[in-house]
Design a protein around this ligand. Structure first.
Ligand code: PMP
Length: 424
């Protein structure tokens, strides 16, 4: 496959942009090689600068559940755009989108729009601290909630759990306000709540993890999370990836969760920058201008992002069958991948919920980040490039979720499996 033009442009880009990219994973450091410059998308397919076509399992990292360039989404954005790009003033579409969010999450009273998942989680944590008057937060290893300082931490040494920075530039004193626990470890979560519960403002978690590759929560873990309420700790379900993807009401609906706050992004914006944090009136009323917790944004609630989000959510709400279709496709892909890898004698574990899936190259089970890290990353590189060279664009890291859209078909999946058979 000829990627000459992408290769040349990527060389040039590195003279002007750190690593040539606007977000690190795009640089293909985990897999090597040159990222193709994608310049057009249609349904389940993307096209690069050299004219190559790929079946897309990245889907801009999740937003494009309807596939690329959905005509109705484009039409709504275009129509809105004709009236101007941004006003920095209240806009009718914000009200419509907020009402949609509340239909998906019926316990939510108030929704605040921001422009990225990072802003949503950062703001939700500030709100939780402002509401509870407490400083500590809890997060889980391998869960990613964006790049706010207090969230770029990993577990320090010692049994429990003070965070240490995992990025330069994050002050240690600040990282120490984050306690980091193993995902799916109900016992250590209960222990931390027993010993420190009264100092903790919030627990933030991915209800289904996408950012360690896919990890599925155990029933015991979900129960332990809900135990937080006894200690006045707010539960923040980070549904930036799972919201409107696993069900219209996200993982909250699928697993019957009862969080205090939910953060949304990706599908919420339908491919443009929209995200949100939302919750009960009592908590959300602490946000400015109603309350003392400050948070703002020049482009927040931007009309174009509201339009693409609204068009996307209207289609999803009107077509509940889409979720059943995605489940069927997901199951077919999971079983197909597993069959090919078994046929080739390659140890593997496929973790999947609905249209989010990861193949780990290790004997399972994979329930924690520590177990995810047992994956054979060399084998993953072969898997990845084998697919890419055959026109299949898979996420360029083993610690990411592959996504399906309603534009994917069974034939598409069968071609992927055929490509994999040849690649291996
Ligand atoms: N939370 C989760 C669960 C995410 O998956 C992501 C992005 N992958 C974020 C937050 C951050 O969102 P953004 O990249 O829009 O800042």
């Amino acid at each position: 496959m000829d990627r000459t033009r992408s290769e040349a442009l990527f060389q040039e880009a590195q003279r002007h942009i750190p690593g040539g990219v606007s977000s690190p994973v795009r640089a293909f450091r985990a897999v090597g090689g040159t990222p193709p410059y994608l310049v057009r998308g249609e349904g389940a397919y993307v096209y690069d600068l050299d004219g190559n076509r790929y079946l897309d399992y990245v889907l801009s990292w999740g937003p494009l559940i309807l596939g690329h360039a959905h005509p109705e989404v484009l039409r709504r954005v275009q129509k809105t755009m004709e009236g101007g790009l941004t006003f920095g003033a209240p806009h009718p579409l914000e009200v419509e989108l907020a009402k949609k969010v509340k239909r998906a999450y019926p316990w939510v009273d108030l929704v605040r729009f921001v422009s990225s998942g990072t802003e949503a989680t950062m703001s939700a944590l500030r709100l939780a601290r402002g509401y509870t008057g407490r400083d500590l937060i809890v997060k889980f290893r391998g869960n990613y909630h964006g790049h706010a300082d207090g969230l770029l931490v990993e577990a320090g040494s010692g049994a429990l759990t003070f965070g240490v920075p995992n990025s330069a530039g994050v002050p240690e004193t600040y990282a120490r306000l984050t306690l980091v626990l193993e995902y799916n470890d109900a016992e250590s979560l209960r222990e931390v709540l027993r010993t420190r519960g009264e100092e903790i403002a919030a627990i933030i978690f991915e209800p289904v993890v996408g950012n360690a590759g896919v990890l599925v929560p155990t029933e015991a873990f979900l129960q332990a999370l809900h135990g937080a309420k006894e200690y006045g700790v707010l539960l923040i379900a980070d549904e930036v990836m799972t919201g409107f993807r696993l069900a219209f009401g996200g993982a909250t609906e699928l697993f019957g969760l009862k969080p205090d706050l939910v953060t949304l992004g990706k599908v919420l914006g339908g491919g443009l920058p929209a995200a949100a944090y939302a919750g009960r009136r009592e908590v959300m009323e602490k946000v400015a201008p109603l309350g003392p917790v400050y948070q703002a944004g020049t482009l927040s609630g931007n009309p174009l992002a509201m339009a693409s989000g609204l068009a996307t959510l209207e289609i999803l709400e009107a077509n509940p069958g889409h979720y059943a279709y995605l489940e069927d496709l997901g199951k077919r892909l999971e079983e197909g991948l597993s069959a090919v890898l078994t046929e080739k004698g390659i140890p593997h574990t496929v973790n999947r919920v609905g249209s989010m899936l990861t193949v780990f190259f290790t004997e399972g089970p994979v329930r924690t980040f520590a177990e995810a890290k047992r994956t054979d990353t060399e084998l993953f590189k072969r898997f990845f490039h084998g697919l890419l060279d055959r026109g299949v664009y898979w996420p360029p890291s083993n610690f990411e979720a592959a996504f399906l859209s309603v534009a994917h078909t069974e034939e598409d999946l069968d071609q992927t499996l055929e490509a994999l058979r040849h690649a291996l």
